[in-house]
Design a protein around this ligand. Sequence first.
Ligand code: NAP
Length: 253
Amino acid sequence: MTAPDHILLLAGTFEARQLAERLSSTFPGLHLTVSFAGVVRDLPDLGVPTRIGGFGGTAGLAKFLEDESVTLVIDATHPFAAQMSRNAFEACSNCRLPLLRLERTAWKPLEEDRWEPVVSIEDAVSALPSASRAFLAVGRKEISRFYPRSDIFGVARMIEPPRQPLPPQWELVLARPSSSAEEEMSLLRKRGITHLVAKNSGGERSYAKIEAARRLGLPVIMIDRPKLPRTKTSTTVADTVEKIRIVLASNRS
Ligand code: NAP
């Protein structure tokens, strides 16, 4: 009898959690391991084997794939988790394993939007005018890049606190993004925000702030996604499940 397929699902997004649940119900008997970086403390119980923490770069990941006889890797990490995606690409190439990416579609500006697209965090830092009051929705990892801007007021929202505390006078909002544009408008209004800085994460769960900025007529400094190696990519959980079905069938033939 041949061993069951073993899928490694690189998680860190809402879609990854949905996919884990769909895979367990669609392919009973499948060996699935879900991997989290371990950045967020309140990890959900997905009812499937889970591992937490880095692999130790490309070499560490390749060793894991071989030791655990992984047959397929799904990269469902966040579009800005570029290092993990690059490592997954290289390790799968080296181990000659199939790799599928699940990546939500990027947001596109509407006519009323006042976006200023930038290609990097550095460019976002420089794009803020002096004396601006910026709502910084960039996550805990990159927030410290804005700290040298002592000429602005920053409100930073993130789920876990940053490693280095915010500059004095700045405000930390420890929360997930709201799904209500009204709530986001109220937050921006109360702080007298003049600019929103956001990553183009895509998806619905953090879009309310973009809609809020539009309705308030605020400029948005929108950070483009990092360039990733080209690999087979789906934008929805349903399509990923179908692509996985094809890979599993071809592994059996
Ligand atoms: P990153 O810069 O691409 O990755 C840094 C390192 O973290 C990787 O090299 C890897 O360590 C480890 N890592 C990342 N994702 C992992 C996973 N799913 N399982 C095991 N190890 C993982 O990633 P990041 O931007 O720090 O993001 C960390 C996690 O938060 C990701 O899972 C991502 O999906 C999620 N997230 C990121 C953002 C964002 O804006 N960057 C937003 C929301 C959620 P080793 O090299 O040691 O293997």
